[in-house]
Design a protein around this ligand. Structure first.
Ligand SMILES: Nc1nc2c(ncn2[C@@H]2O[C@H](COP(=O)(O)OP(=O)(O)OP(=O)(O)O)[C@@H](O)[C@H]2O)c(=O)[nH]1
Ligand SMILES: [Mg+2]
Length: 365
């Protein structure tokens, strides 16, 4: 999670992560060291599978989030606390960019006024400047080694040509994720973990009133939505404040609170789901009397790789995977029904896992 100081990142972090609390307070640079937490990914298919299987427990899959110090103009050159913390997010798979859209004179804004597109622009230039630094460092390294360190399939010249092209794209104020790239270009670029190449979702932090309309009619939110579309990113309306108030309530209390203020959701479930969908991931399930559980694998993973997510022994000793597609499992009322209708398959090690597959692995120990 990136954003200017004091926009609500840690408040949002606390609302999302059940068993941890980050310090959140009304002064800039409240967060210094990053906060790490795990957030469950809500998936209504889990309930359906659990009912069919009579499971005792439901275990959703999860994403890890990192709440870092606020960035300011000049962060990439070490202003504020930024530079050091940009390094913390190089390894992340996606960026949630928290932007303040709520108006409240009591909460300090580091730039003195509410202007989400200006704020988002500042953060984006800092991310771009940091990326430019990474590219320049790489160019120097490739030149110094006279191409000895060039990535596979590239010469010094071809790698530098790609790097220079991406550098000038960034210099034009654009983000790498918006750039059309060949596979060869991407081989060079993916090594650098560029921040502006990652999928990005803007979390528009709205007031409670604006949450009622999901931000529609709020000029700040609408401006941010346009801005996001131009940078190849999505927008999710959230209210960190409402989410924080819901945190310690039971599910019933939460629903009552939400219906009292007239909204369906504080936006956080949608935010996590959108983030999850942007990652090149898919979900498969295991289900039985003990538990129904969601597991995450990269798109294109084979059955043994999927088994390896549960346990490395499952991958090493993989023999076969009983597989039923989600829709078939539901319409046939479970494994035996699917088997009767011929919708149950025994797949081998080359099987590529599909979104929503229900799997049972057979393996040697
Ligand atoms: N009214 C209102 N206040 C909020 C909202 N979100 C956060 N705040 C308040 O804004 C202040 C800053 O929130 P933090 O979550 O600490 O902000 P941050 O982005 O983590 O700030 P840094 O760690 O300094 O970068 C706190 O006093 C919050 O209670 C919101 O949606 N509405
Ligand atoms: Mg913070």
């Amino acid at each position: 999670m990136v954003g200017l100081p004091n926009v609500g990142k840690s408040t949002l972090f606390n609302a999302l992560v059940a068993n941890k609390r980050a310090e959140a307070a009304n002064f800039p640079f409240c967060t210094i060291e990053p906060n790490f937490g795990t957030v469950p990914v809500f998936d209504k298919r889990l309930n359906q599978l659990s009912t069919i299987s009579g499971s005792k427990e439901i275990i959703p899959t999860s994403v890890e989030i990192v709440d870092i110090a606020g960035l300011v103009e000049g962060a990439s050159e070490g202003q504020g606390l930024g530079n050091k913390f940009l390094a913390n997010i190089r390894e992340c798979d996606a960026i949630v960019h928290v932007v303040r859209c709520f108006v409240n004179d009591n909460i300090v804004h580091v730039n003195g006024s509410i202007d989400p597109t200006r704020d988002a622009g500042i953060i984006n230039s800092e991310l771009a400047l940091s990326d430019m630094g990474q590219i320049q460092k790489r160019i120097e390294k490739v030149c110094k080694s006279k191409g000895k360190v060039s990535v596979e399939g590239h010469t010094m010249e071809s790698e530098i040509e790609t790097l220079t092209r991406v550098l000038s794209w960034l210099e034009d104020g654009k983000q790498v994720r918006q750039m059309e790239m060949s596979v060869d270009d991407w081989i060079v670029i993916k090594e650098l973990n560029l921040l502006t190449a990652k999928p990005c979702i803007y979390a528009a932090n709205l007031s409670e009133e604006d949450l009622l309309t999901n931000g529609i009619g709020n000029v700040h939110f609408e401006a941010l939505s346009k801005f996001a579309a131009n940078t190849g990113a999505g927008v999710c309306p959230v209210s960190a404040q409402v989410a924080a108030e819901l945190r310690d309530l039971t599910e019933d209390e939460r629903n009552e609170f939400l219906s009292c203020i007239g909204v369906k959701s504080d936006g956080t479930t949608e935010l996590i789901n959108t983030a999850y969908r942007q990652l090149d991931l898919l979900t498969y399930f295991t289900t039985g009397e003990k538990e129904t559980r969601a597991w995450t694998v990269k798109h294109g993973s084979t059955a043994p790789q999927a088994a390896g997510v549960i346990h490395t022994d499952f991958e090493k000793g993989f023999i076969k995977a009983e597989t039923v597609h989600y829709e078939d499992f539901v319409s046939c009322g479970g494994f035996s029904g699917a088997k009767e209708k011929g919708l149950w398959q025994l797949e081998g090690k080359d099987y590529v896992v599909q979104e929503g597959d229900i799997m049972v692995f057979k393996f040697n120990v």
